[in-house]
Design a protein around this ligand. Structure first.
Ligand SMILES: [Ca+2]
Ligand SMILES: [Ca+2]
Ligand SMILES: [Ca+2]
Ligand SMILES: [Ca+2]
Length: 428
């Protein structure tokens, strides 16, 4: 299978550069996967809406980041997973976790101390969720073991010591995982997007033991799934984003965690990458948003509250949009978007894979409801760096929303403290 299909070679100032393990925002080698080409470098705007990035070492290829209280002190910590690592001109499985523990005695602007947790056996951990799957009120981890077509359970003893706690087979090349309570029994279940066998695995949790309850056949390569109660009947439904047909399929829940595909699907833009859910217009109906890397747009799909959605609204964003996150930065009860951008800067003989991120704020005077996006640097490195995942959180409790952005190419976690908007993470 697979690992070779992830290798794309770029020349950067005469040195061979290998980019891989980028499944979060990068898929395979078909022509439509080529990053956006540009002659302009990434944004170097820094220190305005957000403070200048602070950057912390986070393993060889940091992609996935999750939050949770992993040591029971009622403070939020973070875990970053390094999916794969460089080994000469190829890559190998890694799976190293960087645990960032909130440390009240720290005098750092970002008061977290880090330690590295190496896996027993190196694994390609492309994605991860933080959930209490065992029901002991301690936050555990579940990771995709992408090269072995499994997901793997890492049980937390309450002091952020994670032990291998079994695994379960899913489909071919599981690249992305989400959690939710599919059968409303107050136990956290899982859904796994399997890229290469065109399926989503539904896993139900019974007292910490998971079993495959359904496999959603989605006809072609899925990229993302998102969950929410689209029809407002008090059970959690799913949406599945398909890459080639640029469609979102809606799967409604019977109430027992059995999902059925709706006949209506929704079209998005070119080369969609990421999908998130939230209530963008704060009307209590959940909505969806998709980043379209091929045409530099975001598709907003507003829910009607009955399992159907309005025709997508397209808004422009910067070059090569990928991972997304949402919150209300400007406190107008409309949700705003932070989008990671990944693109190639090409000059004769040299191509540089780089990126930045943008903030798109709500603006009721605009026909789309949104103002033009504004781009910022992800890193203090002159060449910039493409984001993998973005978390919005108020990390320093000053009511201004901050960003955590994983930067695989420069092997850092960037922390950008907000210094302009006193925002809120969700609708009031
Ligand atoms: Ca429902
Ligand atoms: Ca809504
Ligand atoms: Ca807003
Ligand atoms: Ca803050």
């Amino acid at each position: 299978m697979r690992s070779n299909s992830y290798i794309v070679k770029y020349f950067w100032t005469f040195s061979l550069f290998l980019i891989l393990g980028f499944g979060k925002i990068f898929y395979g080698c078909s022509s439509s996967d080529s990053p956006f080409q540009s002659s302009n470098g990434p944004s170097n705007a820094s220190g305005t809406v957000f403070e200048t990035p602070l950057e912390f070492d986070s393993g060889e290829n940091p992609i996935s980041i999750v939050s949770g209280d992993f040591n029971g002190d009622n403070e939020t910590d973070f875990v970053v997973a390094s999916s794969r690592k460089q080994d000469g001109i190829s890559t190998t499985a890694d799976g190293t976790l960087t645990f960032l523990k909130y440390t009240s005695s720290s005098s750092s602007r970002f008061p977290f101390t880090s330690n590295t947790i190496s896996p027993t056996t190196e694994e390609w951990r492309q994605d991860m969720v933080s959930i209490d799957y065992s029901g002991d009120n301690i936050t555990d981890l579940v990771v995709t073991n992408t090269d072995e077509d499994k997901i793997k359970f890492l049980l937390n003893d309450g002091s952020a010591n994670f032990s291998d706690n079994g695994s379960i087979e899913v489909g071919d090349v599981p690249l992305s995982i989400i959690s939710g309570d599919w059968n409303s029994d107050n136990q956290t279940d899982l859904a796994v997007v399997n890229r290469d066998d065109k399926s989503v695995s539904i896993l139900q949790n019974s007292s910490g033991i998971f079993s495959l309850s359904q496999t959603l056949s989605v006809d072609e390569r899925p990229i993302r799934t998102a969950s929410g109660d689209w029809d407002e009947d008090s059970d959690v439904d799913l949406a599945v984003l398909l890459r080639n047909s640029r469609q979102i399929q809606i799967w409604l829940n019977s109430g027992t965690g059995s999902f059925s595909k709706q006949t209506t699907s929704y079209s998005v833009g070119s080369a969609p990458i990421d999908m998130i859910t939230g209530d963008w217009d704060c009307d209590d109906n959940l909505d969806l948003a998709v980043s379209n890397s091929g045409d530099d747009t975001i598709s907003l799909i507003y829910g009607e509250g009955n399992g159907t959605f309005a025709s997508p609204v397209t808004i422009d964003t910067g070059r090569g949009p990928g991972s997304m996150a949402s919150a209300d930065f400007n406190n107008d009860n409309k949700i705003d978007f932070v989008v990671g951008h990944r693109f190639l800067v090409s000059t004769p003989g040299v191509s540089l894979l780089t990126g930045d991120f943008s903030l798109t704020l709500s603006d009721t005077s605009s026909s789309t409801g949104y103002a033009s996006s504004v781009s910022f640097a992800t890193t203090t490195e002159e060449d910039g760096a493409p984001p993998a995942e973005i978390i919005i959180i108020d990390a320093d409790n000053d009511s201004k929303l901050d960003l955590l952005i994983t930067l695989p190419l420069v092997k850092k976690l960037a922390v950008l403290f907000g210094n302009q908007y006193t925002g809120s993470l969700t609708c009031p």
